[in-house]
Write a protein that binds this ligand. Sequence first.
Ligand code: MN
Length: 135
Amino acid sequence: MQITRNSIQTVKGPPAWFTGDVHIDAVAAAPAPSRVSANLVRFAPGARTHWHRHPLSQTVFVTEGVGLCQRRGGPVEVIRPGDRVLFEADEEHWHGAAPGRFMVHLAINEGDDENAVVHWSTPVTDEEYSAPPAP
Ligand code: MN
């Protein structure tokens, strides 16, 4: 058994990966041979990830606020607390807060053989972010 007390600093999401203010708390980082990690990610209004993909998929579970997400080629989707989103392996996508709301989600990732959990791409432009969401 291993108890990690509330001692891990919140990390600011770096501008190389995110637009706007994003803060990340490590939730789970199990040692090998496990490859699972989980993070609680807080997005300020308007903040979002860059376009990216996960080699072995990603699940996010929204816990607070109102968010947006989109897979490449699909519509922007509104996500709310209790919604779970599975981004398929290597599916290019982004996720973040709605323009006027915070959004918090738990993100669950699995590393591949090289321990990669994410491959980052270009920022989500204001035009992409502002596209009207699917009804
Ligand atoms: Mn993702």
